[in-house]
Design a binder for this molecule. Structure first.
Ligand code: HEM
Length: 509
């Protein structure tokens, strides 16, 4: 063997052996904090006492004098302190972007969509999206959409399950399909028709689900190297992610091209895509924008609607007050004639108790339980916590909804009244105390729409049906992911209300 060849092989051998060793050393340094919290994190021993990681974090945050903690092995600072939340989301917003780490995790799926970018691209999309979402016509379009999906699909489907208490079904699955149909019609003007349980989920919905799930799983690997290497080799979950993302992008691309062909200049169908087409020419960018909207508005809605039915399951008095309020504002529904009375947009705004119930449910079960940023530069938080650049800084709406220091000693109780003043009018709270929709500069753009949709769905269901939750029977456990979903779903029994006549009880708000 020639000398250069031999030297090359020797070098290759040394690199092959030393690289993994070096990697192990680095990981060991980070993963070897032996404090109690880091040990519990590393060994998952917290799971012996808490049903979910978020419940353990809540426990730690409650015990912390600053309401901020740091988990060394994952370089993660977590806070439930409203003053710190305001610091991150508003006062020092520019120091706490989503960051490249986050963008890389979701990049193959979301590309340059609003959810996944910072800087100019984010502000461009935010500016256009907020003027579109704020417009009266898109608000009406969204509202009509929801009403039609409820009337033509949701209620008939639920009716088909009622009649006999023996036909249990997963309400969370129904809401997932409902919100997918809804957000696709809103974003694309394209109806995937998923809310037919006899049909498999559409190829688009399936691929979307898988891509979102596998992207979220990237964040759970011990080191980003793990998924990056799998990605280069195109194996396992990374190969499936690549395939699922390709299906989503191809179908979204088809929808865009078809719309372009059918479109008359100056006239659009009211959906978000048509509106963005007026100001964005680049097809890939358009596709990314719309995919982000689907992600933003789909799982969050399904999770939120599932949670409220879990919370009101043992609270007949809350259901009764919602029904009474509706009867007062819109009149009694004539169920004998089979008619469903939907509230108008303005009537919905008058339903303060319903609004309070929705906010209260989101307080205890926020669909986005935690949200991360990455510190660009060293900083000191208002509670004195030092933050090194590159640290992941997380605010935790789930824990915040359970802090006595924020909501008082009855913080674990579902009590819509805490949102009402003495006259029964809904009163909003400081958004940094309640960052369920984030808050500050990047506050959720679909917040109003989400509240209207939730109110409409909850009202339509409780006016028509009695719902009994069968499973889970006690604690809720969540699946890990970007959005909180009940592990195993929410199994319910449903019965059409027999007392269809006018409600005689006085509405006492
Ligand atoms: C209960 C339902 C919803 C909840 C709890 C919720 C919550 C959130 C949260 C926490 C964020 C910040 C995420 C982050 O930056 O990492 C966010 C952002 C966003 N949401 Fe929502 N959302 C809901 C429904 C919707 C709906 C229905 C839409 C629109 C159709 C929507 C559109 C958006 C958009 C566009 C952003 C990105 C804003 C930006 O980065 O500037 N959301 N939402």
């Amino acid at each position: 063997m020639e000398l250069p060849h031999f030297l090359f092989l020797l070098l290759l051998l040394i690199t092959t052996i030393s690289l993994p060793l070096l990697l192990l050393l680095i990981l060991r340094r980070h993963m070897w904090c032996s404090c109690q919290v880091c040990t519990a994190y590393r060994t998952s021993s917290w799971a012996r006492d808490f049903p979910n990681l978020s419940d353990w974090y809540t426990h730690l945050l409650r015990a912390s004098p600053t309401q901020t903690i740091h988990i060394h092995i994952i370089r993660n600072t977590i806070t439930a302190n409203p003053v710190v939340v305001e610091h991150i989301l508003r006062s020092r917003f520019e120091n706490y972007p989503k960051g490249k780490q986050f963008s890389r995790i979701l990049g193959d799926f979301l590309g340059a969509g609003i959810f996944n970018v910072d800087g100019y691209s984010w502000s461009f999309q935010r500016k256009h999206a907020s003027s579109e979402l704020g417009s009266l016509s898109i608000r009406n379009f969204a509202f009509e959409n929801v009403k039609s999906e409820i009337e033509n699909r949701l209620l008939p489907l639920l009716t088909s399950f009622s009649g006999s208490w023996s036909r249990g079904f997963d309400l969370q699955e129904v809401f997932k399909r409902f919100s997918f149909d809804n957000v696709c019609t809103f974003s694309f003007g394209f109806d995937p028709g998923c809310l037919d349980l006899s049909l498999p989920m559409s190829r688009f919905a399936d691929a979307f689900d898988l891509a979102a799930k596998l992207s979220a799983q990237r964040a759970l690997t011990v080191s980003p190297m793990v998924w990056k290497i799998k990605r280069i080799l195109n194996v396992g979950s990374e190969r499936r992610l690549r395939e699922a993302a390709a299906v989503v992008k191809a179908l979204a691309g088809d929808v865009i091209r078809n719309k372009r062909k059918l479109r008359f200049p100056g006239r659009h169908g009211g959906d978000l895509l048509s509106r963005f087409m007026d100001c964005v020419r680049d097809e890939v960018y358009l596709r990314d924008i719309v995919i982000s909207f689907i992600l933003a508005g789909r799982d969050t809605m399904a999770s939120a609607m599932t949670a409220i039915f879990w919370l009101i399951k043992d609270r007949p008095e809350v259901v009764e007050r919602i029904r009474n309020e509706a009867d007062r504002v819109i009149g009694c529904s004539d169920k004998a004639a089979g008619a469903t009375t939907f509230p108008s947009y303005d009537q919905l705004k008058e339903m303060h108790y319903l609004q309070a119930a929705v906010y209260e449910s989101l307080r205890l079960y926020p669909p986005v339980q935690f949200d991360s940023k990455f510190a660009l530069e060293d900083d000191e938080l208002p509670d004195g916590t030092a933050v090194r650049r590159g640290t992941r800084v997380m605010y935790h709406p789930y824990a915040m909804g359970r802090m006595e220091s924020i909501w008082g000693p009855d913080c674990m109780e579902f009590r819509p009244e805490r949102w009402l003043d003495r006259n029964g009018k809904f009163v909003n709270q400081n958004p940094y105390k309640y960052p369920v929709f984030q808050a500050g500069v990047r506050v959720c753009l679909g917040k109003e729409m989400a509240i209207v949709e939730m109110k409409t769905v909850v009202l339509a269901v409780v006016r028509e049906f009695d719902v009994t939750v069968v499973e889970p029977s006690s604690n809720i456990q969540f699946d890990p992911g970007l959005t909180a979903f009940v592990r195993g779903g929410l199994k319910v029994l449903i019965r059409k209300r027999s007392d269809a006549g006018p409600n005689n009880g006085d509405d006492d708000i």
